[in-house]
Design a protein around this ligand. Sequence first.
Ligand code: BES
Ligand code: MN
Ligand code: ZN
Length: 497
Amino acid sequence: MEFSLQQDASQLDTAASLILPLTLAQDGSTPITSDALKRADVLLNGAISHAIASGDLSGKFKVSQLFLNAGSGPDRILVIGTGTADKLNGRKYGQLVQSAWAKISTNPGAHVANLLTTADSQALDISSKVRLTVESMVQACYRFDQFKTDNKDDPTNNTQATTMALAAGTETQTQLEQSVATATAMDLCRDLGNLPGNVCTPNFLAEQGHKLAASSSKVTTQVLEEAEMETLGMHSLLSVGKGSAEPSKLIVINYQGGEESARPHVLVGKGITFDSGGISIKPGAAMDEMKYDMCGAASVIGAMQAVINMDLKANVVAIVASAENMPSSTASKPGDIYTTMSGKTVEVLNTDAEGRLVLCDALTYAERFNPKTVVDVATLTGACIIALGHHTSAVLSNDDQFAASIMTAGKQAFDQAWQLPMGDEYQEQLDSNFADLGNIGGRSAGTITAACFLSRFTQSYTWAHLDIAGTAWTSGAKKGSTGRCVPLLVQHLVNQV
Ligand code: BES
Ligand code: MN
Ligand code: ZN
């Protein structure tokens, strides 16, 4: 699907399908106020006012009516209620876009004019509406059916040829381009997440890095193999993959879009392509979902693709720490002690707390880029789901101002994150009798103690950690990767320019 911006008046006649919002006024009435609605009502010989008068159309949220038009103008006109302007927030706006699309997606025609961006909302400016329309549309069209042998039958699958014009002035063109880049990157992130663990291995993620390098002259990708990591002293990272036949990889993707000397913004992603727990093995229920344990890496790779497509004027480095966590006679065991690249020793008290073990060495490696900022992204703790559920990612940082800027980016991108505290008092929970620190901090404050572990390796730069354990994928009947937190990461990088 291709997106463009147009002024609303010109679109009525050329579109095959037209989507029009109908606002419910505060007094409960539904006046036809917009020029577009008036014009459509004329094209339909008064059918819209008739539908309102008869109560079929109320202006209430998501209540809609599809009009087929045999005369001149669009073949089909969908009028959809948006509710009152004070209630239409970002989440509801996204639902509105998806609901409208579901009504016409079996037969939208080659050109759709979407005027939902003209919906009355107190909370949303035009940029936000453009962003939400693009991202919700792309999400609505997302399919992951490459492993279904009968995947050609779904008529709503055929959206490649559809173009969608949004009603907005050209002043939002930059926002449109950013949104398209973000939505495309979310699709990549979703694909990488949804791919099974036997396909999406550390080597497969490394290939994604090489693909990005092949797509742009501003990108170079370097993949560190186990032998090189051994030489660098990354024994903590390497300990995680010891039980797996899949070799671990450290994937470094370097984007030079800014001044040569400008310090880069670094993104670090947890890329555990399957987390069985290792010798501290997980229970069987829903263990398949641990293929999603590389969603931090997928977000970071997605964000890099967006940065390339937006031609961002900044230097950005992505580091993906990738391994498969499996039990075997060669796997690391509870009680084993490893020396990290930083020189600090770690006692592995639970092999299922493996994310921090790969991230700590990647975070030490990040030092060599003299980074302006570092953000790591990880499906790190089940405790994060208990604390914040499935709607909000956790952010923890060694700099409250930086944490605030990450939360702001999340708000702007409708991809929210909330800060958890990380005071000294929590650090003691990581004390080990035999090494510099243990890799677990006990039952309480699991998300915080995981971040405390990482903080021991990030003292030389401004750093934030995002725990996306609750937000990266959905379970149950609609199981699938969400594409989060690509929007937050992209907005964070855009805000740095
Ligand atoms: N990848 C998991 C965290 C996770 C679990 C994310 C379930 C989403 C859903 C991580 O590697 C892990 O196993 N963490 C342990 C840490 C514990 C052993 C200290 C956890 O959260 O139970
Ligand atoms: Mn684990
Ligand atoms: Zn894990």
